[in-house]
Design a protein around this ligand. Sequence first.
Ligand code: UD1
Length: 391
Amino acid sequence: MKILSAVGARPNFMKVAPFIWAIEKLNRKNGRKIQHVLVHTGQHYDLRMSEAFFKVLNIPDPDINLEIGSGSHAEQLGYTMIEFEKVLLEQKPDWVVVLGDVNATLACSIIAKKLNIKVCHIEAGLRSGDMTMPEEINRLITDRLSDLLLTPDRLSSENLRKEGTSEEKIHFVGNIMIDTLEANREGSANLQLEKIIKDNLIDGSGNPKDIPTDLGFAVMTLHRPSNVDSEEIFVPLVKFLLNEVTKNLPLIWTIHPRARKQLIRFGLWEKVINNKRLIPLEPIGYQEMLRLNMGARIMMTDSGGLQEECCVLGTPCLTLRWNTERPVTLRENGGVNVLVGNSIDRIRKEYLYTLSINHQPSRPELWDGHTADRIVGKIIEMEYLDEKSLK
Ligand code: UD1
């Protein structure tokens, strides 16, 4: 059997790593039964957004890189489809595996289906209900096209049922991101906070800054267009960070390229990098982020993956969005996560409350570090059933 996995952007890399490890493990055990080809669309291309993750997560170099780079949605999708079609016609895999909800996920699943190749979606069934999010559109279409929908939690399986997906396609396997977290927990715990900060501090930001100690700092990541692209939303948010959050705790902010561009555009860059209590970092590696998360008093983010990682590590998490496709991580469902949107009053209230609560790890069902084995098992099972039905 030949499986071709397609990845494009940073959150894909953490998800594909355990899948590849699981295939390699099985091939070592049974002789090389599964041929695996890794395709990188090149949506994320900076060393810090891409290559660094391949190294630390032990992902082999991509067999093929489409090098599509940045661009509008139409450009990213269009260029990916044009190049990916050529790859599929040459490689002729039995399965295309796509992960998560980025533009690469959508573009590659469409072309695979057009060529009658079976599609497996890892992290299927997530729904925010927010059609202004590009990721929600990617999720809906990818799931509609996929032959095998592998969900991280039962709520996601239920979403698919409600949409009329046939039962035999839906399989609850757990969260593959947690495989990566567990494999890197020890390595991350051993990293020195001081070294992470010194190695990644943004140039020109008043080096050296005071290094905070564990449970004595907040961490923030922000990259969603809905938060950083609009001046009316982003400017008051940054002022709140500079004038209020940093009064209580030093704030470590790992600044995504999209947020950086907008800070410069709105004239806030100098203020951010010169604030004495704000530690601005370049995008950091997987283990470094896990280490910051372990030591953080509080996480403020609009990322999807961090909501999940905070849940398992127990770090109180304020999600700067009005909705989440990951409700299993919310406080009302036993997790650590609370939705605060982008209303400063709401963020302030929850921020102050959260300072008074402790870390409380929780582990949703099947977030056990063995999801990738179950995924490979499901693909083999489906392939076997297909072969049988052809005989
Ligand atoms: C993408 C995903 C989002 C994911 C996020 C993680 C989609 C629709 N969005 O959003 O779901 O949470 O990745 O980071 O696929 N840029 C660089 N260097 C890079 C990559 C991007 O400077 O290596 C710049 C681009 O020029 C662009 C901006 O960052 O201006 C945004 O990149 P893009 O890939 O369009 O989307 P993200 O916001 O990163």
